[in-house]
Design a protein around this ligand. Structure first.
Ligand code: R5P
Length: 297
């Protein structure tokens, strides 16, 4: 019989515990540190490597801030599993760093997202899982099986438990249209399109749209809230259009620096995120979604 183990990456310890519990899997914890010169160290907390030989391992490690540390830890964990000769190395990266650098925006850049996919495969991954990837196209870089899981139904279920008044889903930009349409269907709401433009050099955002939202509750469901600038700009416009309560939802609540304040200042009533990354608003667990995908035949 093939043995299965779940390796809890340093960045995803609680989520790993949740998935291990749901799947009734033994968990392997990790020891990790940074050397004085800044180099990363990680080891599996095991005394004997032999049980892992020919086993199937699942590694769960998100790659949010500090991205580069978490990426190196991930690559080491894959490489350790390969050296120990695990039969299958199933890699779950709930949030994939650099996913927004999915193409060349200015001459001379790297397509970071694609490079990271290559590194993960070359380190020894045999299957790859992620959640609400900013651009699913980058998965074409892999030659192993890949899965881009959809957390929107979980967020929609959470939102439906709030008492919404005449809800509207706003799509903050063209890139979010498909996701917003899906979200609107999930909660049974109308869809309104806004239009975002971002200065390629300064990153400054301009939001426009015809928003007549008098006394209606507005929800925006994005893949990422990072600085909160996109969400805040859309929410301000919705508020100007007369919206009542504003709900900001996202799969990956990176919430850099004062992002939460920026959203509350824009009039947001509630920020709702998943635990692909740890944050004060990570109230929706993706553990059942990961379990379901890992056990699918
Ligand atoms: C952009 O296309 C993404 O879907 C997010 O809207 C964006 O990356 C969020 O970043 P920020 O919170 O910094 O505006």
């Amino acid at each position: 019989m093939i043995r299965n183990y779940l390796i809890a990456g340093p960045a995803s310890q609680i989520l790993s515990q949740q998935v291990a519990k749901l799947m009734d899997l033994p968990i392997i914890e990790t020891e990790f540190k940074k050397f004085p010169d800044g180099e990363n160290y990680v080891r599996l907390k095991i005394e004997d490597e032999s049980p892992l030989k020919d086993s199937e391992v699942i590694i769960i490690q998100s790659t949010d801030y500090p991205q580069n540390d978490h990426l190196w830890e991930l690559l080491y964990l894959i490489s350790i599993s390969k050296r120990i000769e695990a039969k299958k190395i199933r890699v779950v990266v709930p949030y994939l760093a650099y996913s927004r650098q999915d193409k060349i925006f200015l001459p001379g850049e790297a397509v970071s997202a694609r490079l990271i996919c290559k590194l993960i495969e070359n380190a020894g991954a045999t299957e790859f899982f992620t959640i609400d990837l900013h651009s699913a196209d980058v998965l074409s870089e892999f030659s192993i099986p890949t899965h881009n899981l959809d957390a929107m139904p979980l967020l929609a279920d959470y939102l439906k438990k709030q008492e919404l008044k005449d809800p509207v889903v706003v799509s903050p930009d063209k890139g979010s249209r498909k996701r917003s349409e899906q979200f609107a269907n999930l909660i049974g709401a109308e869809l309104v399109m806004f239009d975002k433009s971002r200065d390629k050099i300064t990153g400054e955002i301009t939001m426009s749209g015809d928003a007549k939202l008098e006394n209606r509750d507005v929800a925006i469901a994005d893949d990422i809230i990072s600085t909160g600038s996109t969400m805040a700009a859309a929410m301000k416009l919705a508020k100007q259009g007369g919206a009542r309560k504003l709900y900001a939802l996202c799969t990956h609540p990176l919430l850099i620096k004062n992002a939460m304040d920026r959203l509350y200042d824009a009039g947001v009533e509630s920020i709702i995120g998943t635990n692909t990354v740890s944050s004060p608003v990570s109230v929706v667990s993706v553990a059942p979604l990961i379990k379901e995908s890992l056990t699918e035949k």
